[in-house]
Design a protein around this ligand. Structure first.
Ligand code: NAG
Ligand code: NAG
Ligand code: NAG
Ligand code: NAG
Length: 426
């Protein structure tokens, strides 16, 4: 059976069928009475025919169904299946060969087994040279030399959480990002094929899961090990006006000023609550701000506590994270708190010193168009409008996040034998 598993993984269904059937026939002949053997042979024969039919039909069926580019189809025919057969034969003879290196390794005693503690958890039994701990979103060809698949490796990743109704806006936004960006769309309305009307859609990556939030997608699909090749990660909303934004220029400024977490300045408009994210006309970047007097009821509570640290970074509609900052922020995102409320105040925990590494890029700015999008994805409940339910949940999440964070810090410092009241202040 071990072989069967091996062939199933490496060489597809057809091979696996042949293998199962073959083993049954072999055992039957060796150990059963003639009467039973007869039955077995008949069953086996039926099995062989059935397996063969499935094996022959399966690859062609499934591959035509997934709608591959027509240029691929000519190469997938019977010769393709024959190729698979011969590579299977090679692989089996390799395993059979008593002289092969894997058998030699088995003959050595147990101390020669591989155990590499520095490998990722669960992969310690692999030789480090074969371990690929990180991945990427690079699109590859199905043919040719793998090392020549990519003309260039995009260094930056931009994601938008989108509904089809906002397509014009997203089209305009995507066009601001050069070929140095991988484009990833999270679709919350289940509509993806319609986007193919846009030329860039074919090189974009589409993830479609209904009615989820930006932070839900980010937690699931932007694991730091998956986005590891990207220097900067843009996690953007769909309702941003980008007329005055240039992505390459933005990156230049972020590098120049050493910003680990940043956001373009927002054109002041009615939807804006906090001074921090507001664009300033007179400078490239700003890292500090003064809130309007009267906003702070208690200077030691957010948002004013954060302000005391010279920074307040709310309304994260268009955050940009460096690779390192994202690795930290990803770990802070809670699986169940999908709206990410409270996250904005906690971002500063991920960079040190926060007042130097978090900032707003004024000279590349965007306009927030305040389109109520996710609110409409709520559900009428107890006689309340959908958006009310969403809003209530946001507030609740905010409180839950605050208390989880406070509790986590408290237990950590307590465990370390430090007075928590002294240590959480910075
Ligand atoms: C076993 O492998 C060694 C080196 O890999 C080779 O020199 C030798 O001829 C092989 N022996 C047999 C029986 O294949
Ligand atoms: C494994 O090899 C070591 C020496 O290389 C030897 O001392 C030990 O007894 C061997 N263990 C077994 C189980 O053969
Ligand atoms: C893409 O990145 C390369 C290397 O960093 C740079 O030379 C090139 O100008 C960038 N492309 C655009 C459109 O800015
Ligand atoms: C808090 O820290 C200060 C200086 O670091 C120290 O003098 C003081 O004793 C600490 N307070 C408590 C309650 O541990």
């Amino acid at each position: 059976m071990a072989w069967c598993k091996f062939t199933l993984l490496g060489y597809g269904l057809k091979a696996a069928h042949g293998c199962l059937v073959g083993e049954v026939a072999f055992r039957g002949a060796a150990s059963r009475k003639p009467n039973e053997s007869m039955r077995l042979i008949v069953t086996t024969f039926v099995g062989v025919v059935f397996g063969f039919l499935i094996g022959v039909s399966f690859p062609t069926l499934s591959l035509t169904k997934v709608n591959l580019p027509s240029s691929l189809l000519p190469s997938i025919d019977l010769s393709y299946i024959k190729d698979k057969e011969s590579s299977l034969r090679n692989a089996l003879s390799f395993v059979n060969n008593k002289n092969s290196s894997s058998t030699q390794a088995q003959n050595l005693n147990a101390t020669s087994k591989i155990w590499v503690p520095s490998n990722p958890r669960g992969a310690e039994i692999l030789p480090p040279g074969i371990v690929e701990a990180e991945s990427d979103f690079y699109l590859r060809r199905l043919w040719g030399n793998p090392s020549e698949d990519l003309a260039r490796k995009p260094q930056y990743l931009v994601t938008f959480t989108v509904g089809y109704d906002q397509r014009e806006n997203i089209d305009a936004a995507v066009k601001k990002f050069s070929e140095n960006f991988t484009i990833l769309l999270f679709h919350y309305d289940g509509r993806t094929t319609e986007w193919d009307d846009f030329e860039w859609s074919k090189r974009a990556i589409h993830v479609s899961v209904r009615r989820q939030t930006k932070w839900w997608y980010a937690k699931r699909f932007l694991h730091p090990d998956i986005v590891a090749p990207y220097d900067y990660i843009f996690i953007w909303d769909e309702d941003l006006g980008v007329e005055h934004f240039n992505a390459e220029e933005y990156i230049k400024l972020v590098r120049k000023h050493g910003l680990e977490i940043s956001q373009p300045g927002l054109e002041p408009n009615k939807g804006l609550t906090w001074q921090m994210t507001k664009r300033r006309g007179d400078q490239e970047v700003h890292k500090e701000t003064k809130e309007k007097p009267g906003w702070c009821t208690d200077p030691h509570l957010p948002p004013c506590a954060a302000y005391e640290l010279s920074l307040l970074f709310v309304e994260i509609m268009a955050p940009v994270f460096s690779r390192d900052a994202w690795r930290c922020v990803w770990h802070m995102i809670q699986n169940d708190l999908v709206h990410g409320w409270g996250l904005d105040f906690a971002l500063r925990k991920c960079v040190d010193p926060a007042h130097e590494k978090i900032g707003v890029v004024d000279s590349q700015w965007i306009v927030h168009q305040t389109v109520p999008s996710l609110g409409n994805q709520g559900e009428a409940h107890d006689g309340k409008a959908p958006w009310q339910g969403v809003r209530e949940r946001c507030r609740k999440e905010w409180t839950m996040f605050q208390s989880r964070f406070a509790n986590a810090e408290h237990s950590y410092f307590k465990a370390m034998g430090v007075d928590p009241s002294n240590s959480t202040a910075h």
